[in-house]
Design a protein around this ligand. Structure first.
Ligand SMILES: [Zn+2]
Length: 492
């Protein structure tokens, strides 16, 4: 009887798993990036070729395509700054250093295209098309380019321990409401916005480097000096990688579906970190929904901020010295695989959507893992206290303070103003919803919001609608009182 029961349970769980996977099927007919990258160690640059098989998913006919050139924010005399003044010394330990992207050629069907590097800050590549691109039609564009790396502890650049190569290639601007969304780089937040796409990437580098990346390595080749890795990443909204000669690696399989890779420089309790990663995946899968990819890499690297999320890969700064904070950063960044990775949003215009919900879900994780010594109540109380203290000090110095949240990154006056209104207040806003509707309805809302918006980009209206519908409560006024800065937050 017991045996029969357990066999039945196994069959039921397999059925549930298959059913779940079926619901989380990747989107098809996506834009495909075929990237070929070669790292030149002597010159600190990347020689690259990309073949973009772009599909017009809009209802409009296009005669031009636009791509973001994020590496140009790192060049000398750039209008945009990649770090706030307060972080300059930490980002550039060896003094100012510059990088950029040089577009060498753009061709369509072997014919040279008269492309232009435009935008307010040489941040946009415009590719005029020879023929109109009708809805659902495709065009294949080949680009050759060089990325020169700055000596900076940032998303793109080389540091003492590792080389971070993220936001490095021309990535298609999202086409929305009849136009391409083009934004300048900003030192606040993550100034990125993209659609999901399929990636096939080959990276060649000297043999003594270890590679961590988005996606999964499917092949590797070697010659006397170099290793070449072939990587596939499907239905993801970006691709990034990190190289280091100093990485130690731990790997583990999670639920027979996901390879966990932990690349670290210094971690005396790497085993415990691995268990934290596994616990995070399990918790977010249980509360939100299935992680639909087959790999996740956590990468400890030189990085000016605490951490940063990319599809299937998160960066954690080697400058986070105390393990308590390190733990929070890992959980936060992993949660971004759900909020940013699978459910995307315009991070330039509405940073609170992914950051606020990610901060709250991080608190939710600790509430359900008492072994880490944190409770939701304590974390919310600490956040409320720090928010009210910051606002008091800030208003004493600056006079009136704008506490609205629906602002683009360049509309926040300072980095702390952005952080407190996006992360801290965002977390407090979702915690108010949680308290109001209770954990069961809140979980239902997380799942509904996730499943409804898989691989899509959402806006504030979508968030409010989903949470209202799933909880059976009209939450429009509650959300808007926070977003518009009308709510009064009082320290408990
Ligand atoms: Zn975040």
């Amino acid at each position: 009887m017991k045996k029969f029961l357990s066999i039945s349970l196994i069959i039921i769980s397999i059925f549930i798993l298959v059913a779940c996977n079926a619901n989380f099927k990747f989107k098809e007919n996506l834009t495909l990036y075929n990237l070929n990258i070669s790292y030149d160690e002597q010159m600190n640059k990347l020689e690259c070729e990309t073949n973009v098989d772009y599909v017009n998913k809009s209802d409009n006919t296009l005669d031009v395509l636009k791509f973001h050139l994020y590496p140009n924010a790192f060049r000398e005399n750039a209008k945009a700054s990649v770090v706030s003044l307060a972080n300059v010394a930490k980002a550039y330990p060896n003094g100012k250093s510059y990088g950029n992207i040089e577009i060498k050629s753009v061709t369509i069907s072997e014919k040279k295209v008269e492309y232009a590097v435009n935008g307010e800050d040489e941040n946009i590549l415009e590719v005029p098309l020879f023929n109109n691109l009708y809805p659902n039609d495709r065009v294949q564009i080949k680009m050759n380019f060089t990325v020169n790396l700055a000596n900076i502890n940032h998303r793109l650049g080389y540091g003492e321990n590792a080389i971070n190569v993220c936001n490095f290639y021309p990535i298609a601007c999202v086409y929305e409401d009849g136009e391409f969304v083009c934004d300048l780089y900003n030192s606040n937040g993550d100034p990125f916005y993209s659609d999901v796409a399929d990636y096939t990437v080959t990276i060649t580098m000297p043999k003594d480097y270890v590679l961590a990346s988005s996606g999964k390595q499917v092949e590797s080749f070697e010659n006397e000096q170099n290793m070449t890795y072939k990587i596939k990443a499907n239905c993801v909204r970006d691709f990034g990688f990190v190289m280091s000669k100093k990485f130690k690696i731990k790997t583990q399989n999670y639920a027979n579906r996901v390879d966990i890779n932990y690349y670290y420089l210094n971690d005396d309790i790497a085993e415990e970190t691995m268990s934290l990663i596994e616990n995070s995946l399990a918790f977010f899968e249980k509360k939100i929904g299935l992680y639909p990819y087959d790999s996740i890499s956590v990468v400890q690297t030189n990085f000016v901020h605490g951490g940063m999320e990319y599809p299937n890969m998160v960066l954690v700064s080697d400058d986070v010295k105390d393990y308590e904070t390190y733990r929070i950063v890992i959980v936060h960044e992993l949660c971004h695989q759900w909020w940013y990775g699978v459910v995307g949003n315009n991070q330039f215009d509405y940073g609170w959507i992914d950051e606020g919900l990610t901060e709250f879900c991080t608190t939710y994780f600790f509430e359900n893992h008492s072994q880490y010594g944190r409770s939701m109540e304590n974390m919310i109380r600490a956040a409320t206290f720090s928010y009210t203290t910051f606002m008091k000090v800030y208003s004493d110095v600056q006079g009136e303070v704008d506490t609205s949240m629906n602002r683009a990154l360049d509309e926040f006056n300072t980095e702390p103003e952005y952080v407190y209104n996006t992360y801290v207040k965002g977390m407090l806003m979702f915690s108010t919803v949680y308290e109001l509707v209770g954990n069961k309805k809140f979980d239902k809302a997380l799942q509904y919001y996730y499943e409804t918006n898989l691989y899509e980009n959402v806006n504030p209206v979508d968030v409010i609608k989903c949470f209202s519908k799933a909880t059976g409560k009209n939450l429009e006024n509650l959300f808007n009182s926070y977003l518009e800065g009308k709510v009064k937050i009082i320290a408990k």
